[in-house]
Design a protein around this ligand. Sequence first.
Ligand SMILES: C[S@@+](CC[C@H](N)C(=O)[O-])C[C@H]1O[C@@H](n2cnc3c(N)ncnc32)[C@H](O)[C@@H]1O
Length: 112
Amino acid sequence: MQKKPHRQIRSYVCRSGRKKKTQLSAWETLWPLYGLTAPAKTCLDLEGIFGRSNDKIVEIGFGDGQSLVEMALAAPERDYIGIEVYRAGIASLLSAIQKKICPIFEWLPGML
Ligand SMILES: C[S@@+](CC[C@H](N)C(=O)[O-])C[C@H]1O[C@@H](n2cnc3c(N)ncnc32)[C@H](O)[C@@H]1O
């Protein structure tokens, strides 16, 4: 049987899309709090970033972040990192973090 040649890895660009007014506001206020920028070929100090050494879950391509939020709410003892190229999706996740995830931690001093 003839072997198929490997598909070449393509590079991706940020898909900016159109952000709604609420998404723009979420982006501006929440990205500085929850966003991570990783320069190419560097390692992130995840224990330093999260302030604890719990299990880490990475979702590559989280879309609008709905599944990531559900996972985080179901198992808050783990730390989550989402990677996405679609900026409107990132803004949507940032809003969900503030609305759904932050309120459950408010009573735990020092968690956020
Ligand atoms: C099929 S969706 C997955 C949605 C989500 N994981 C879920 O289960 O609901 C694929 C996502 O991957 C993102 N994506 C594609 N290439 C990517 C890349 N190189 N890095 C990060 N995200 C990427 C797309 O923008 C899209 O939102």
